[in-house]
Design a protein around this ligand. Structure first.
Ligand SMILES: [Mg+2]
Length: 359
């Protein structure tokens, strides 16, 4: 089986309700849909979730996929996924999301060629469903508590709260949400690099009584010393998101003791295999790994879910299922039910994609 064609389509999926964080404002999910065809008539699908803060746009991802990646991939077998990933790493610096989209399509094809769901090809499933953790954007404490209550009424069991506008307001946010949803709900917070180290420590100490399970990226991504200091002194576990992009960043974070939890995703790490390496490093180091996605096509969530299913270190709720926030997705095959997504059992990613996209 040989790859014969790599095609792309821009994808702009409007948010049903806009989302605000300490660093971003989202009202449309921008991405690139990738279709990889073989000489046997099979088709694999991938998705690049692109935005300028991640260093990629629809135009850059499409250009690099067609000009750089496709010529190196066409003629190869999808079964050589690992060799193709190594080739992409050597021949294209950065541009993790464009590379991830192509690799996703190739992994989908490997599954379809063997008739196996992707998790089987990643070592086999250690879990059959994933607890989803929707994100509540920055709003007033009362508004966030209302949104939390609505989600919990729908069966959601874990919540991620965006914070980062100051101690008083952030503490009120968490306090109101905890009061509204009760003790049983998993709550974590994400400051998206908004704080200095002393500020973050004060916030962490105030949040401890509300049983916050993780404090994600309190300080600037490049502040490794700050992350180490917080990880040694915070009463709630410190989670590295923007600090850890690549497998090498994960290794460094583990060696320095910069976090107790590391966030990865196929988009951020540059593909499913790279993200799996991050998750496996976490397992070896005895720390936890959370797989995160922002809203976009559920192709991305499917890739994340197979990764989570096949990784021992991903025991915490994960940030998947956000595809429910957007409309117009050309992919289907995943549903959030009682706060969980069941791992799809069909070949490859186990989802269906309409390509070209019909509006
Ligand atoms: Mg984050």
């Amino acid at each position: 089986m040989k790859i014969t064609d790599v095609r792309t389509r821009p994808l702009k999926l409007p948010y049903k309700n806009p989302l605000k964080t300490a660093a971003n404002y989202f009202d449309v999910a921008t991405g690139v849909l990738v279709e990889i065809a073989t000489d046997e008539g099979t088709r694999g699908y991938g998705y690049a979730d692109v935005f300028p803060r991640a260093g990629e746009t629809i135009a850059t991802a499409q250009a690099l996929i067609h000009e750089v990646i496709a010529p190196g991939v066409i003629g190869k077998s999808p079964m050589e996924a690992q060799l193709i990933v190594e080739w992409m790493e050597k021949n294209l610096l950065g541009n993790f999301r464009a590379k991830a989209a192509v690799e996703m399509g190739i992994q989908d094809l490997r599954g379809k060629a063997t008739g196996l769901p992707l998790y089987e090809l990643l070592g086999g499933a250690v879990r059959k469903s994933v607890l989803v953790m929707p994100m509540i954007g920055l709003q007033s404490p009362e508004r966030m508590a209302e949104e939390a209550e609505t989600l919990v009424d729908q069966g959601i069991k874990a919540l991620k709260l965006k914070i980062g506008t100051g101690l008083k307001e952030d503490v009120q946010r968490v306090q109101r949400v905890r009061q509204r949803v009760g003790k049983e709900i998993f709550i974590k917070v994400d400051a998206n690099q908004a704080y200095t180290v002393p500020e973050a420590l004060r916030v962490a100490r105030h949040l401890e009584e509300f049983e916050v399970e993780s404090f994600e990226q309190p300080v600037a991504a490049h502040d490794w010393e700050g992350m180490v200091h917080l990880n040694q002194n915070s009463p709630i576990p410190i989670e590295a998101d923007q600090t850890v992009r690549t497998v090498n960043d994960a290794l460094r974070a583990i060696r320095l003791g910069a976090a107790q939890i590391i966030t990865t995703s196929p988009q951020k790490a540059g593909g499913i295999l790279q993200a799996k390496r991050v998750a496996d490093l976490c397992q070896v180091a005895g720390i936890q790994c959370i797989v995160s996605n922002v809203a976009g096509s559920l192709i991305n969530d499917a890739a994340a879910i197979h990764l989570i299913a096949a990784s021992v270190s991903t025991t915490l709720p994960c940030e998947v299922g956000q595809f429910e926030r957007v409309s117009g997705d050309p992919a289907r095959g995943l549903i959030v039910q009682d706060g969980e997504i069941h791992v799809p059992s069909g070949p490859g990613l186990g989802i269906e994609v309409q390509f070209p996209v019909q509006s």
